[in-house]
Design a protein around this ligand. Structure first.
Ligand code: FRU
Length: 469
């Protein structure tokens, strides 16, 4: 048995970070400090389902090779540890520094359930050894409004108003708070969508300044949307401005902008501590079926890290997503195939596809499974059908065909990233991006296209050494 077949047996990706054991959901506390990208995450180490949550921890220097570190936060008397963020408190505003080292401060939700009576409040923990160990703040919680849905603080430093700003998900709203010292928080404003947002709750807000291709910068608010009737699941975004108090959306009211046309990218948030680009990581799963996906020792992985940018289109501002450049340098040079069908080498694979026909059907196949991508350059759509990979038991949301839309008039190019349990499609320079899990027992062996003039360039990882498998 080689490494790839072992990975398939365990449904464990090679290139994507996956939790060593137990359950994982949202990425938390993404921060770059002293040359390390830290990934904390929602973690239940003792089971394969969501349970009493902890914060797991891993770090990487290139966003691809991850080193597991000890669990960072354990449940305590204030509750279990739900999602949140980490900031580097270089000015020591909270006063947690010891020996002059910049403390990392985790701001997270304490979730308390007393006989079904749920309250969520915000708490702090700090680390003076670069995130290796954390100490809880003795006066937790620091913000408690006795609310049931009041969670997922994503703290940023807002330079113009010289304050910490914290968006929180509160039902179907985002509430913004500010602080000078991370301990005392003041209410700023509430953002509610005027857009025809699907019913359901919002989670994991993320407010970030993002640069557009024309050099202008705009504030983007991401929210993860989860509707109980399974009609909408994913990440919605609004583009606008933030004046230090209120976020004003400029996204036209009729538009519902979704970050990903797949259904396996949720709770995605951006890194703090990175100044020259905006890097996003999501939980590569879906609450509708996430705790039923095949698993024996672990359940949970992340999307490939992506860089966000804005483009102005005739329909307004749109987010573009591309895999981080580190991904491209990890792969060998592309080799070009111009056939209708090509054999696939061993995964992980990054395939660039140049579409020349008006309608094209691209299939990834082995003897038992097919994953089908259909493109239409007139309608400007990409349609993905993973039902040929089985697992009817995961339900309609898993089996449904999903369609992404792009807007550019340029010839259509796709990047397809394949890694044991997932296909991620980056189309039209990141205008349409789809994240899809699948669970099959053996690797795909072929890629095919219906039209002869479509060409693929297939590339493999330079070296698999030290990717966690
Ligand atoms: C999103 C979420 C968050 C919450 C966490 C609990 O997936 O529901 O709102 O903090 O997961 O694990």
């Amino acid at each position: 048995m080689n490494e790839l077949f072992d990975a398939y047996k365990d449904h464990r990706p090679i290139l994507h970070y996956s939790v060593p054991q137990g359950w994982m959901n949202d990425p938390n506390g993404l921060i770059f400090q002293n040359g390390w990208y830290h990934l904390f995450y929602q973690h239940y180490p003792d089971g394969l389902q969501h349970g009493p949550m902890h914060w797991g921890h891993a770090r990487s220097c290139d966003l691809l090779h991850w080193e597991d570190l000890p669990i960072a936060l354990y449940p305590d008397e204030n509750g279990v540890i739900f999602s949140g963020s980490v900031v580097a408190d270089a000015q020591n505003t909270a006063g947690f520094a010891k020996d002059g080292e910049t403390p990392l401060v985790a701001v997270y939700t304490s979730h308390k359930d007393v006989d079904g009576q749920v309250t969520q409040s915000q708490s702090l923990a700090f680390s003076c050894d670069s995130g290796y160990t954390f100490e809880k703040y003795a006066k937790n919680p620091v913000l408690d409004c006795n609310l049931r849905d009041f969670r997922d603080p994503k703290v940023i430093w807002h330079e113009e108003s010289k304050q910490w700003v914290m968006p929180l998900a509160a039902g179907r709203k985002v509430m913004l708070y500010s602080s000078q010292n991370l301990r005392d928080w003041h209410y700023l404003s509430t953002f509610e969508s005027k857009n025809p947002t699907p019913e359901g709750i919002w989670e994991c807000p993320d407010l970030h300044l993002i640069q557009a291709e024309d050099g202008s910068c705009h504030w983007v608010l991401l929210v993860s949307v989860n509707t109980p009737d399974e009609s909408c699941f994913g990440i919605q975004y609004f583009v606008g401005n933030f004046d230090g108090c209120t976020f004003h959306s400029e996204t036209p009211e009729q538009d519902v902008l979704m970050l990903d046309f797949g259904i396996d990218n949720y709770a995605a948030v951006t890194f703090n501590g990175v100044s020259d680009r905006v890097i996003l990581i999501g939980w590569m799963n879906c609450w509708y079926y996430g705790d039923q996906i095949p698993a024996s020792t672990f359940r949970g992985s992340i999307t490939i890290p992506r860089e966000l940018m804005l483009r102005h289109t005739t329909s307004g501002w749109r987010l573009l997503q591309q895999p981080v450049h580190e991904l491209f340098s990890a792969f060998d040079k592309f080799s070009l195939y111009e056939y209708m069908e090509s054999a696939l080498p061993q995964e992980p694979l990054l395939i660039a596809v140049q579409i020349r026909a008006e309608k094209e059907t691209i299939a990834l196949k082995n003897e038992k499974a097919a994953f089908v991508i259909q493109t239409d350059t007139v309608a400007k759509t990409i349609r993905v059908d993973r039902s040929g990979c089985g697992h009817e038991e995961l339900g309609e949301a898993f089996l449904a065909i999903r369609t992404g839309h792009y807007f550019s008039d340029q010839p259509l190019q796709l990047y397809i990233l394949i890694d044991v349990t997932s296909v991620e499609i980056f189309a039209a320079n990141g205008e349409a991006v789809g994240t899809f899990q699948y669970f099959i027992d053996e690797p795909f062996t072929k890629i095919s296209a219906e039209n002869g003039n479509t060409s693929y360039s297939i590339s493999q990882l330079k070296s698999k050494k030290s990717y966690s498998v």
